[in-house]
Design a protein around this ligand. Sequence first.
Ligand code: UTP
Length: 407
Amino acid sequence: MQRLQRVKELLKEHHQEHLLAFWVELNGAEREELLSEIEQIDWNIFSPEAHIGPVKGDISPIEGLLVPEIEARRREFFEAGKAAIQAGKVAALLLAGGQGTRLGYPGAKGTVNIGLSRPLYIYECLINNLLEVTKACGAYVPLYIMTSGKTDSETRAFLKEHAYFGYPEEEVRFFLQDMAPATDFSGNILLEERGRLALSPNGNGGCFSSLKRAGLWEEAKKRGVEWFNVFAVDNVLQRIADPVFVGATVLSNANCGAKFVKKCEPHERVGVLCLRGGVPDVVEYYDLPEEMANLRDERGELVYSFGVILNYLFKREALESIERSTIPVHLAKKKVPYLNEAGEKVVPETENAYKYETLAVDIVRLMGSCLPFEAVREHEFAPIKNATGADSIESARELLQKNGVKL
Ligand code: UTP
């Protein structure tokens, strides 16, 4: 069957025939591009079964490894983690495909200069932190960097120009995350241009399927990688491949480790580690019932206080059995510029569309077992999310200075 005919049937099946509305106006290259964008759509993300459903079971508190115990066993954990790193069993996976809309910076977030008296870039902070570990362990850690169409070329060029801030180039691999189309609230896929879909990164939960698609999963396996430390681009105090965390997780026999900080107040906007239906999981702050958010134990401490900071260790073997389709798809309401039926560009002032995303945090539940591992907030949590106020460049600078980093 002819390619165009196949695509038309696909669109008919999914009630998206309008995507070819401007077909006759497109030149050869534009037609080619549009067809390939349509062919790459993962239609599963639109099926209602893929979307996050009702809460799966009762929520109850989870036990975790707290700072006093970590300190008491620090040497033991460190040695176990160091051994794993030296044996090449640990890889770092940097999630750098996000659009950073809240920060409002036009480029890739990692390239932001947060220095005061000298340049100090977000990527530089992360690599400095990683270098501390590799020095202490006497071995490098393979660094996989997930970019998206929005951040890829800039990130590659930036890191090359800065000689990877001292990290060996041969240890760094880039891969592109998949994109997903946005739809209006009735489920119609939006066009950004006459020959282009309104695509955006498909959320950080797609990191392993994108790693596979890039051929790097197999490569990591051949290199002997057994653990992936997944972390966010925007926490400049992030400890990466922290040997103490690695050692504790390996020794615990869990399939996953999750760093957390104690919540600073009941309604802090972070996901909370807990058990759901008896399985380790993360409840988003907006899903945590009010009485649970406020619940305190006999010492007056919050019962649901393990706030995740997007720093996870996932066991490769356990990831192997996870199907991409089992990671729930979240619908996020966003403002997405689009082309209307008359072919005019519309830049909406209010939310008009759904973006479809899977989240790394949802992988925790799929792993079946998890070691919650406490990190000291003042030393490990300085995220840059917003332009001003909480979790901004300003608040991160303050925390960096408190940790002795010269700005
Ligand atoms: P966030 O949701 O905090 O980042 O993702 P964002 O999407 O860039 O920010 P806003 O919401 O638009 O302001 C946490 C981490 O996951 C990465 C981000 O780059 C960040 O490191 N991420 C997010 C991806 O790699 N891909 C995505 O599709 C989304």
